[in-house]
Design a binder for this molecule. Structure first.
Ligand code: ZN
Length: 422
């Protein structure tokens, strides 16, 4: 199927990463930085050049486009989604992509800052890329494969499908979002207008990886009320809320239930902010677990700890407020098992090993899933993201394109035709 096709993902990627699209967590506007629209505008134009006539960018910087279906079968509408912004953690200004052809396992010294060295020993995934072409930045910026790899791959999928119209598929939607890195990627998305039944974000790492789980997440705000008095005459009267807060934090387990001591499927209780005076002190926590009951258990544990401590200060009191942040997308995806199943099969048809993974965080996919668009995360090939050593192989990018092509075909194949139904 791909013998005569010249993949365009890498060529596109190299152009897209040179456009600075860093988002800004401090900004209150949508998108958080205007410059993201530069790439979005270009993508809408290029989609039109490919022949996708309805491609456009809206006022918030979202790009919507439709690859029309070419079958009478009622194939569910599938959306492929990627984000145009790059992380605020590392500069995205003046990215100089460099292609290291036929990588042979050597150290790659990045020329603009020679202390930045990409070593096989530190990034063992490079082992799988021997003989392939690897792209890095030049040492002073991130590369932006998160998520311009996903963007370029979806663009190439569109190009492939528009050039190979004999290949049957249902309607396919394309969605490019701004501000994923600052947690606002879905804030202005219009799912009604998008009109898709199921989605896939293209924002994962290793070739073959498929992520159908995220954390479930709550925020907890604890407000401690002390008793205030003139410090000169406070004997047997004053109860300092800040000191109680200190005791609460000191009593948190150090060898478990913390981000520093957990990985895999274990969750945590994590204080993220503290603010106060002697009279009143507020601690903000984030609570994470893969299971919602596990989340509640951790919240109960924290609350009990505080209650017990406060027993020694009968005149002090506290408030404990839980706010839901997001939920494990698996809760939704399990209701539509074909979404993940077909992705698994598409990866296998591409000839790579499928690797099921869980994300220790949230994604736009988890938000989209709960907004009504079940949406697991497919690999895009991005590696060492949010850092100056970020890299990606062209081989992996092309595999991601192939996976999507197989995926739309599987959705077509599995949909019964009208005759088969009756
Ligand atoms: Zn991303």
């Amino acid at each position: 199927m791909f013998e005569n096709y010249k993949f365009t993902a890498a060529e596109r990627f190299i152009r897209y990463v040179q456009i600075d699209t860093q988002s800004n967590p401090q900004s209150l506007s949508n998108p958080t930085t205007e410059k993201q629209k530069e790439l979005s505008k270009l993508l809408a134009e290029e989609l039109k050049q490919i022949g996708i006539t309805d491609a456009h960018m809206d006022e918030w910087g979202y790009v919507y486009a439709t690859i029309p279906g070419n079958t009478n079968k009622k194939v569910p509408v599938i959306c492929f989604c990627a984000h145009v912004d790059t992380a605020p953690d590392c500069s995205g200004t003046g990215v100089k992509p460099m292609v290291h052809t036929n990588y042979q396992g050597q150290d790659i010294i990045l020329p603009d800052d020679t202390t930045q060295v990409l070593r096989l020993s530190e990034y063992p995934y490079l082992q799988t890329q021997k003989g392939n072409d690897v792209i890095t930045a030049s040492g002073t910026t991130l590369l932006g494969s998160d998520d311009k790899a996903g963007v370029a791959e979806i663009m190439d999928l569109a190009n492939f499908l528009m050039m190979n119209k004999e290949l049957k598929h249902g309607t396919i939607k394309i969605l490019f979002t701004p501000d994923e890195e600052v947690g606002k990627g879905t804030s202005k998305v219009d799912l009604k207008k998008l009109g898709a039944h199921f989605g896939y974000t293209l924002d994962g790492g290793e070739a073959g990886s498929l992520e159908d789980e995220t954390f479930s997440a709550d925020g907890v705000q604890v407000v401690i009320h002390g008793v205030i008095a003139h410090p000169g005459y406070a004997k047997d009267k004053m109860i300092n809320a800040m000191k109680i807060a200190g005791e609460i934090l000191a009593a948190l387990p150090k060898d478990r239930l913390s981000p520093e001591s957990t990985d895999g499927k274990r969750g945590f209780i994590h204080p993220v902010r503290i603010e106060g005076i002697a009279e009143k002190c507020t601690i903000e926590f984030i609570i994470r677990d893969f299971e919602t009951p596990g989340l509640i258990k951790k919240e109960d544990y924290l609350k009990t700890q505080i209650e017990e401590l406060l027993r020694t200060y009968p005149k002090a009191s506290f408030e404990f407020k839980v706010t839901e942040q997001y939920r494990n997308m698996k809760e939704i995806l399990d209701q539509h098992p074909q979404v993940v199943e077909y992705a698994r099969e598409a990866i296998e048809r591409t000839g790579i090993k499928m690797k099921m993974e869980s994300i220790r965080g949230g994604t736009d996919g988890s938000r989209l899933s709960f907004m009504g668009l079940p949406c697991p995360n497919l690999f895009a090939g991005e590696q060492a993201i949010h850092s100056k050593l970020e890299f990606i192989s062209i081989h992996d990018m092309n595999k991601a394109v192939q996976t999507m092509v197989h995926l739309v075909q599987i959705w077509y194949e599995r949909t019964p035709s009208e005759e088969e139904k009756s």
